[in-house]
Design a binder for this molecule. Structure first.
Ligand code: ADP
Ligand code: MG
Length: 686
């Protein structure tokens, strides 16, 4: 299809142009058409102003100017810049360029006519313009009416050339352009058809048409993403036979009777859902979302026991060695008394021990295997795997999940556990292929963690409190934003805090330094020492964020707490308050600004991870928290999962409806592949 043909099929586009375009990632005609203009960067010629008229309020404005001179300098923030002075008949303005844009700016010649868009502010001698998008004028340009797109440029590309080629591609599209959405959906949502939308996103006749075109492509992307995820699930439902586990039997009864507590109502409900899924012949794809400390591990133990009870094997994959080791211990304590054989696969294992473990696994002499990414390796072969659990899933992607489930000739059940509370709309995008079980609250008998926010002045008092906890036989974490001192960042490092404590208040106390740059074995030894109570105070970084369980730890001090997001602080705080003693979390802010302190105060008031995650997003805004690629999903070109939440819900609903229609599968699969290509193919083919 012409869409996938190289750009050289367009008349007037030769090998040299193609090479320039390739630098910008444009290889095919389709790439060219999907090379959308920069966000909010269209030049509206009707808004052209004289320099004298430009408002100096920092908003984006458009004007023309003739280059007078260019000079380079070294700014106060230590950044090189190039300043270009331009003028029109009314006044002068200075354009500032940083980083790679400097080089282009340096090549500007006096007398050249420019079209300029940028943010205008007051300057020392002339108006100052930053975030400039400039374009050299030629005769034809000056005459062009309407709204013009501004494209991101690389290499030798220019706005004028890109516009010319995109017009050529649009002419090609006008001859024959397949629709990329089911016609019924286009009609139902009153979207512009694809050709109209493509024309209008590049060369909009007016702003309304541009908005509609953008909305269509946002919807299209999200709709096809949802279709892809649903398709993936449907396919593994339909084509690979799942394993039907039986109703609860003797082994499960034994495991349950051996638990040191009874399940809470929330746990019971989640377990019911999981257990019914496992008894179904369709493979389970379920995510268990539960706040830190909500008691997810025991649920995974029951699910694993169920697999074993039915004569199969199960595995659980954790993101770090420490966490895997801890799961191993916990699962052993829950499962071994009932006769389940649990094994641990680590990266640092000696070759002989590893060989032996893997042989036993293949022979079915190991029932449950615990490990990290090491589980995904080729030579890890099960006799008959029926359940794959992944813990703290935000670190694993769809592809990794697929690789794990491919270790069985049948489609094993999949259980994903996460403590990252993700608002529902996001969960739909990121986990669109999974059912969700939710556990709110905590098991009984655990006091809420008391959270206190202080500034630097209280440091000595906080240290005194630390010593009191240690003297009472408890343990503490001190979390720092950095490992070692940094010239650029004004924040306390784990190394310096460790030295300070060691030579001061904790002189006679056994404390240790633990951070992510240490070797796996070293970290593990320290963590084990802490878990065993041999180490009283652990000075560390966010490596301990995930899952470690030490009930005797009753105090956490977070240095430079203002540097962390609320959700992350909440995760960190979840490391204490795991026993029956009153626990404390002290947030030491390295700043006195009221905003920073008010932000942290939210943690004092709430222990609800879901509420905090929403607050976090409000405060930190879009895109900070999630990248889709991190989850193994294709990056989105134009949709934004934080901004377009309403569209996500609508797209999801329509995708479900659409796929339910007889015969819709193949059509939709083709559309999804056209949109996302290789990214989804790998998953489809599993
Ligand atoms: P997370 O959901 O963060 O993984 P864990 O599974 O580590 O939480 O559980 C946190 C703590 O709560 C553990 O010490 C666990 O033994 C305990 N726990 C779990 N369920 C219950 C329960 N129903 N009653 C009492 N304690 C429980
Ligand atoms: Mg956990």
């Amino acid at each position: 299809m012409w869409w996938q043909e190289p750009v050289t099929i367009l008349k007037g586009v030769g090998a040299k142009t193609a090479a320039d375009l390739a630098l910008a990632g444009i290889n095919t005609v389709g790439d060219l058409l999907e090379y959308y203009p920069r966000q909010e960067a269209y030049i509206d010629y009707s808004r052209l102003q004289k320099i004298k008229e430009l408002a100096m309020d920092g908003s984006r404005q458009i004007f023309k100017g003739e280059v007078c001179s260019a000079r380079s300098g070294y700014g106060a923030h230590g950044k090189n810049y190039t300043a270009v002075t331009v003028r029109d008949e009314t006044a002068y303005a200075t354009l500032y360029f940083f980083s790679y844009q400097r080089y282009k700016a340096q090549k500007l010649k006096p007398g050249q006519e420019l079209l300029i868009m940028g943010r205008v502010r007051p300057g020392r001698t002339a108006k100052s313009v930053s975030e400039c998008i400039i374009q050299e004028m030629d005769g034809q340009e000056a005459a062009a009416p309407g709204i013009m797109p501004v494209y991101p440029l690389t290499g030798k590309l220019t706005q004028n050339n890109l516009r010319k080629w995109i017009r050529l591609a649009l002419a090609k599209a006008a001859e024959d352009l397949p629709e990329s959405l089911p016609p019924s959906v286009v009609k139902k949502c009153k979207l512009p058809d694809r050709l109209t939308a493509l024309k209008n996103i590049h060369f909009p006749p007016n702003w309304q048409a541009l908005r509609e075109a953008k909305a269509r492509f946002v919807f299209e992307e999200l709709f096809l993403l949802q279709c892809g995820l649903l398709y993936y699930r449907r396919q593994s439902h339909d084509t690979r036979q799942g394993i039907k586990h039986g109703a609860a039997g003797e082994l499960l009864a034994k495991v349950r009777a051996g638990l040191p507590f009874s399940l809470t109502e929330q746990q019971e409900k989640a377990w019911q859902e999981i257990s019914l899924d496992m008894q179904d012949v369709h493979p389970m794809h379920r995510i268990l979302q539960g706040d830190v400390g909500s008691g997810k591990t025991v649920i995974s133990a029951l699910a694993l026991a169920k697999a074993v009870e039915n004569g199969f094997q199960g595995c659980i994959m954790a993101p770090t060695e420490i966490l895997a080791a801890q799961h191993y211990e916990t699962l052993q304590s829950f499962l071994e008394p009932a006769g389940v054989r649990v094994g641990l696969l680590t990266g640092g294992m000696r070759a002989k021990a590893r060989r032996e473990l893997l042989l036993n696994l293949e022979l079915g002499l190991v029932d449950v295997l615990v490990g990290t990414h090491a589980l995904l390796e080729e030579d890890v072969r099960f006799k008959h795997l029926s359940l794959a659990v992944t813990d703290e899933q935000h670190r694993f992607g769809v592809e990794q999940r697929a690789r794990l489930t491919n270790k069985s000739e049948y489609a094993p059940d999949v259980l994903v556990m996460t403590a990252t509370p993700i608002p529902r709309t996001l969960a739909l995008t990121v986990y669109g292929d999974l059912d969700i079980s939710l556990m709110k609250g905590r098991p009984p008998g655990r006091k809420p963690v008391q959270t206190l926010c202080y500034n630097e002045q209280k440091r000595q008092e906080v240290y005194a409190g630390l010593l009191r906890q240690v003297q009472a036989g408890r343990q503490a974490y001190v979390v720092c934003p950095l490992i070692e001192h940094s010239e650029q960042l004004e924040a306390r490092s784990a190394e310096s805090v460790y030295e300070e404590l060691k030579s001061g208040v904790l002189k006679n106390v056994n404390c240790a330094l633990l951070h992510g740059r240490m070797k796996g074995a070293e970290k593990e030894a320290l963590m084990q020492g802490f878990a065993a109570g041999e180490i009283s105070v652990l000075v560390t970084t966010t490596v301990i964020e995930v899952g470690v369980n030490v009930p005797n730890a009753t105090l956490m001090i977070v240095e430079n707490a203002e540097r962390f997001g609320l959700a992350q602080l909440h995760q960190l705080r979840g490391r204490v308050g795991r026993g029956d003693k009153q626990s404390y979390c002290v947030l030491l802010a390295g700043t006195d600004t009221p905003e920073a302190l008010a932000r942290l105060a939210v943690l004092h008031d709430s222990e609800d991870g879901f509420y905090l995650a929403e607050k976090d997003m409000e405060q930190r805004g879009a895109g900070q928290l999630f990248g889709l690629r991190q989850h193994g999903l294709p990056d989105l070109r134009i949709a934004d999962i934080m901004r377009d939440t309403e569209t996500i819900v609508q797209a999801r609903k329509l995708a479900v409806e659409e796929l339910a229609k007889p015969g819709a599968m193949q059509e939709i699969r083709a559309l999804v592949e056209m949109q996302f290509g290789e990214r989804f193919k790998m998953i489809f083919n599993t």
